[in-house]
Design a protein around this ligand. Structure first.
Ligand code: ATR
Length: 274
């Protein structure tokens, strides 16, 4: 074996594939490897040819890949096995290579559940999920799978109805946000609060009672209009970075088999999104 082979054999490669290069995953995973002294590294790949990238993953023996825009659905038929919850959601954000087989997972749903469970139990909770797009699907499926009673709203009601039927929950119009106080936890999984609609909150401030658990999955900006309104009202607030951290922590466990060093990964994430 040459020195180059010996080196490659010792170093496990993970990374991410996306049309848009993202550094958040790399920052968190590399910090985690460093904290535990693991012989792993992580490279974000900008990919335009998904099939070619997957063939490359097999050929190069890449251990794990995070999958983001726009490949979370397109990747399903290219894999050898799909975790049942990821299959139900219809989206894979994590691929793990196990003895030459590519297995797909969805860690966004786990991330949402763990972020909430740090504060309050999800089992039996009444949860209002705002949004039935890609993120809303992962959150609603994750919460329902963990035993919450889920109500889904969406600007276009048909998507909320379809998602509610899949998870055995109920659909409602966006005006249901006015009844936020009837729920144990309210999650914004719409894009309201980011980009051009950064000034808007999907829940009216006066509808947020003190003590309500409010999670916004938007992490840019970290202080969304909803987070600010919920904080003013004395609600318990989980910002989008926490779900991002926990979904990466689940990926870390799948790639390395080790418990994720949350504090080290969180510090790296905060440096990126502060
Ligand atoms: P993501 O993967 O981030 O979930 P997405 O699948 O495009 O992105 O979903 C965006 C979500 O934000 C959807 O629930 C969308 O509602 P529609 O399905 O009706 O489009 C919601 N959304 C986006 N802009 C919105 C706005 N201005 N008001 C209310 N909801 C909005």
């Amino acid at each position: 074996m040459t020195n180059a082979h010996a080196y490659a054999a010792k170093l496990t490669l993970c990374g991410s594939i996306s049309l848009y290069p993202v550094s958040l995953g790399a920052a968190m995973h590399l910090a985690g490897y460093r904290a535990l002294g693991l012989p792993f590294t992580y490279v974000p790949f900008r990919v335009t040819d998904l099939g070619g990238a997957i063939t490359g993953m097999r050929a190069l023996g890449i251990r794990g890949l995070g999958v983001s825009m726009p490949y979370k659905q397109q990747i399903l038929p290219l894999l050898d096995g799909i975790d049942p919850l990821a299959a139900k959601i219809g989206a894979v954000n994590t691929v793990v290579q196990e003895d030459g087989r590519l297995l797909g997972y969805n860690t966004d749903c786990v991330g949402a559940v763990r972020a909430i469970e740090e504060i309050a139990p999800v089992k039996g909770a009444r949860a209002l999920v705002l949004g039935a797009g890609g993120a809303g699907r992962a959150v609603a499926h994750g919460l329902a799978d963990a035993g919450a009673e889920v109500v889904v709203t969406n600007r276009s009601l048909d998507k909320a109805e379809a998602l509610a039927a899949e998870i055995g929950g109920r659909a409602a119009g966006v005006e249901e946000a006015r009844n936020a106080g009837r729920y144990d936890v309210v999650v914004n999984a719409t894009s309201v609060g980011m980009g051009e609609i950064a000034a808007e909150s999907p829940v009216p401030e006066e509808a947020i009672p003190a003590g309500l658990l409010v999670m916004d999955i938007v992490y840019k900006p970290i202080e969304t209009a909803l987070v600010r309104a919920a904080t003013r009202q004395g609600a318990r607030v989980i910002h989008g970075g926490r779900m991002l951290l926990h979904q990466a922590a689940r990926q870390f466990e799948l790639y390395t088999g080790e418990r994720a060093p949350l504090d080290a990964m969180d510090a790296a994430l905060r440096e990126q999104i502060a």
